[in-house]
Design a protein around this ligand. Structure first.
Ligand code: HEC
Ligand code: HEC
Ligand code: HEC
Ligand code: HEC
Ligand code: HEC
Ligand code: HEC
Ligand code: HEC
Length: 312
């Protein structure tokens, strides 16, 4: 009898193991459903999750519920009241400022990426959300993209790949309203594109630094903070990583070349030069056109007219 019970229990545990949530349990619906749905809060969410895209992402081996911790197997018609650890729960009021669908999932990253999460929380971006309770700064997904298709930074399609960061950070740092609200000097992106590094970057040079090479990624500080990698002695070290023997003089070169409102002389100088070049161009072309016209007029039109008069 005892043996039978043990056997039954073994069978049950195998069955239980099989009822653990698999990505495929959720993809039955979410792989097939298409389009957007409005939630009770008024947020519009995308219900489709591309199965192949998810499998190819860095989290392709994860079950959906490793992030969607409050979800039970099957259709989630019952309330999502599964408990999460207190540390994680304490993040949820803040991730709610950014998440549309599932703020618990946006906090769950901390379970596996503790270092990045903690470093981020203390950064200028993190404090905007976790201390000031604003939602203007980026949280994980603003930089890494859709949570279901995150790629390694080394993948050239990753939003945080060297080749794409100008655009990823630029989405916000080209926004004059944000610059005004947080007292940041404007035209950071435009200035970066105009710098010696930026010009080469746009041509596809992989060796030149882009935003995170100088400012960091998760632990970004205000540029005038003492821990900032772009002030004082730290700046010399930052430049020195690539420019061997860089001293204070070298590091003084402006990283974001001042143009626009920052420094009107080169800005308008450049505009003047453009006007001059095009002016000369247009002058030459109109000169040639007018000259040709006068030739035609004198030799074809007027000749005919003269002939006509003479014949009468
Ligand atoms: C029977 C079909 C079905 C299954 C199975 C299913 N879902 Fe859903 N899911 C839906 C529908 C419909 C919606 C949109 C409306 C809603 O929230 O109920 C949705 C919405 C969501 C949302 C966003 C809105 C919210 O409720 O927070 C998440 C996240 C989600 N599902 C995750 C999952 C996960 C994880 C699984 C697997 C454990 C899963 N779903 C299994 C049908 C399904
Ligand atoms: C790496 C963590 C992670 C995994 C794994 C994951 N999700 Fe998500 N998912 C999230 C986060 C974070 C959000 C919240 C995005 C937001 O609300 O802005 C989300 C949102 C959603 C939504 C709502 C869409 C929206 O626009 O908010 C659905 C539906 C969903 N997930 C389904 C799934 C399904 C199905 C799987 C498994 C195939 C899965 N998720 C696996 C992190 C994850
Ligand atoms: C301001 C943009 C930004 C935000 C916000 C951000 N990351 Fe990143 N993350 C990056 C960049 C850039 C890289 C790649 C280069 C690097 O590692 O510095 C990266 C790399 C990573 C890596 C790879 C390991 C590593 O450190 O190189 C992990 C894991 C990661 N991020 C997790 C997260 C999590 C979790 C969050 C949310 C707390 C987050 N990131 C928020 C920009 C960001
Ligand atoms: C259950 C654990 C787990 C959770 C939860 C989780 N991740 Fe990951 N994540 C991983 C693992 C494991 C890898 C490494 C995969 C590999 O090396 O191929 C990874 C890789 C990454 C990378 C790529 C690192 C690189 O190489 O550049 C990023 C970015 C990342 N995760 C962000 C997130 C974000 C954002 C969340 C929350 C929405 C999250 N992760 C939630 C386990 C997790
Ligand atoms: C070569 C290093 C370097 C690179 C690359 C770089 N920065 Fe900077 N950044 C600096 C330094 C140094 C400062 C301090 C002011 C100055 O010298 O221009 C700064 C200032 C800033 C400021 C503060 C502006 C203010 O005055 O309030 C922001 C925001 C900023 N950078 C964002 C970015 C972004 C976004 C990128 C990528 C497009 C980027 N940086 C690329 C070094 C760099
Ligand atoms: C979703 C919008 C958003 C994205 C994306 C973003 N930032 Fe920011 N960033 C902000 C906001 C908002 C602040 C000001 C926060 C505050 O002061 O509370 C800020 C502040 C900063 C500062 C400090 C500025 C100062 O005055 O000293 C730097 C440096 C910076 N960001 C760099 C970056 C870099 C590098 C990236 C890309 C890896 C990036 N940011 C991506 C919104 C963004
Ligand atoms: C990730 C590596 C990297 C970092 C960090 C870096 N640079 Fe550069 N820098 C380069 C490369 C590569 C070039 C182009 C060299 C060439 O084509 O000859 C360059 C070119 C320059 C030039 C043009 C003249 C020259 O020496 O070629 C100046 C000036 C310069 N950097 C200043 C700085 C300053 C100031 C800092 C720190 C705020 C800095 N760099 C940080 C990689 C870097």
């Amino acid at each position: 009898m005892r043996r039978l019970l043990a056997l039954l229990m073994a069978c049950a545990s195998v069955l239980l193991a099989q009822t653990a949530v698999r990505a495929s349990d959720c993809l039955v619906c979410h792989g097939a459903m298409q389009g957007k749905i409005s939630l009770a809060k008024g947020e519009t969410i995308e219900v489709h999750v591309d199965s192949a895209g998810f499998t190819n992402s860095v989290h392709g081996k994860n079950d959906c519920t490793t992030c969607h911790l409050t979800f039970s197997p099957g259709a989630h018609l019952s309330p999502k009241d599964k408990k999460v650890p207190a540390e994680l729960a304490s993040l949820v009021p803040f991730t709610s400022l950014k998440a549309k669908g599932d703020p618990v999932a946006l906090a769950a990253c901390v379970n596996c990426h503790q270092t990045e999460y903690k470093e981020f929380q203390a950064s200028v971006h993190g404090r905007n959300i976790f201390v000031k309770k604003e939602s203007d700064a980026p949280l994980c997904l603003d930089c890494h993209g859709d949570p279901h298709y995150i790629l390694a930074a080394s993948d050239k399609n990753s939003k945080v790949n060297h080749a794409n960061l100008l655009e990823t950070c630029g989405r916000c740092h080209e926004n004059e309203e944000l610059d005004k609200k947080y007292g940041m000097s404007p035209y950071v992106i435009e200035k970066d594109k105009e710098s010696f590094h930026g010009k080469k970057y746009i041509l596809g040079d992989k060796r030149v630094p882009i935003c995170n090479d100088c400012h960091g990624s998760h632990g970004i500080t205000r540029v005038d903070a003492s821990a900032s990698p772009v002030t004082g002695l730290n700046k010399i070290k930052t430049c020195g990583r690539c420019h061997a023997g860089a001293g204070a003089k070298f590091a003084a070169a402006p990283a974001h070349k001042y143009i626009g409102a920052g420094n009107p002389i080169p800005f308008y100088g450049e505009k003047l030069l453009i006007v001059l070049v095009f002016g000369v161009f247009i002058f030459t072309i109109s000169h040639v056109v007018l000259e040709s016209w006068s030739e035609i007029r004198d030799n074809v039109l007027r000749k005919d007219k003269k002939k006509g008069h003479g014949d009468e």
